[in-house]
Design a protein around this ligand. Structure first.
Ligand code: ATP
Ligand code: MG
Length: 270
């Protein structure tokens, strides 16, 4: 059964989409079966996975409105198959902006994505959901569907302030809608070790959140920023770039974390 993770941070431009597409490609590269769900009307994760958002016949919008299943709407880019890191994509485009309003009056509106993923969860090891930069009904659908949240953050002064809003939202979702939900970890991204402030914030994060901070650090790397304009994750665009290697390392760390997440329940069952 798939482990389902949201990549979320209501702050804009912190590396959510870069993390979602590169972790998806990294996991695929190490042999995991991955579904990536784009929950952002910007459709950046869709485009960055080699899928043209303007040509989508069915998208996550149709899935949320229950006019299509994920099995019908998912697509896969041939270029990612060629690069050896292919994953399925449930794409998004501007249509999704309307879903927010259209979902207002429907039943189980915050659980639509969860219900849809449940039908295909057996086909994957990981489902990764790219959330928009807001705590909206779309993000809520992501948080309701997930076992855990991956929070990418830049090690800057204001990063910690924004974190408390996200932590409170996650606590509320945990209490009212999804008992499984937890923050799996904070991922330091766009990291530049030459900047003293970044080192300091990184140390503070580790002091405060301990093992909730992933060991892998994603460096600032121009190849990761260039890759989307070629419609590819960095991991596929330039496998040797430092940023790409870091995301493959992060994929391995995630696989190990999942392994250790399973151990306690196995031990209990025995
Ligand atoms: P939004 O909130 O708009 O959805 P986001 O949180 O998804 O944004 P991204 O789109 O992933 O953020 O990244 C923002 C910008 O930073 C992009 O131009 C991206 O290419 C660049 N970027 C992300 N990670 C890195 C990195 N490690 N090194 C260099 N540039 C990066
Ligand atoms: Mg994004």
């Amino acid at each position: 059964m798939a482990k389902i993770f949201c990549v979320a941070n209501q702050k804009g431009g912190v590396g959510k989409t870069t993390t979602t597409v590169n972790l998806s490609a990294g996991l695929a590269k190490v042999g995991q079966r991955v579904l990536m769900v784009d929950l952002d009307p910007q459709g950046n994760a869709t485009m960055g996975s080699g899928v043209d958002k303007r040509k989508l016949e069915l998208s996550v919008y149709d899935v949320l409105l229950e006019s299509a299943s994920i099995a019908e709407a998912r697509v896969r880019s041939d270029r990612l198959v060629e690069a050896g890191c292919a994953y399925d994509v449930l794409g998004a485009n501007r249509d999704l902006a309307g879903a927010e309003v259209e979902l207002v009056d429907v039943e189980r509106r915050e659980r639509r994505l969860k219900d849809a993923i449940a039908k295909v969860a057996g086909e994957y090891d990981f489902v990764l959901i790219d959330c928009p930069p807001s705590l909206s009904m779309l993000t809520l659908n992501g948080l309701c569907a997930a076992h855990g949240v991956i929070v990418p953050m830049q090690c800057e002064y204001f990063a910690l302030e924004g974190l408390s809003d996200l932590v409170n939202t996650i606590k509320q979702v945990h209490a009212n809608l999804n008992k499984d939900l937890e923050i799996i970890g904070l991922l330091r991204v766009m990291f530049d070790p030459r900047i003293t402030l970044q080192q300091q914030v990184s140390d503070q994060l580790k002091a405060h959140f301990a093992e909730k901070v992933f060991n892998t650090v994603i460096p600032r790397n121009v190849r990761l920023a260039e890759a989307p304009s070629y419609g590819l994750p960095g991991v596929a665009f330039d496998a040797n770039a430092r940023g790409s290697q870091a995301y493959v390392e992060f994929a391995q760390e995630m696989v190990e974390r999942i392994g250790s997440m399973r151990t306690p329940s196995v031990a209990r069952a025995a």
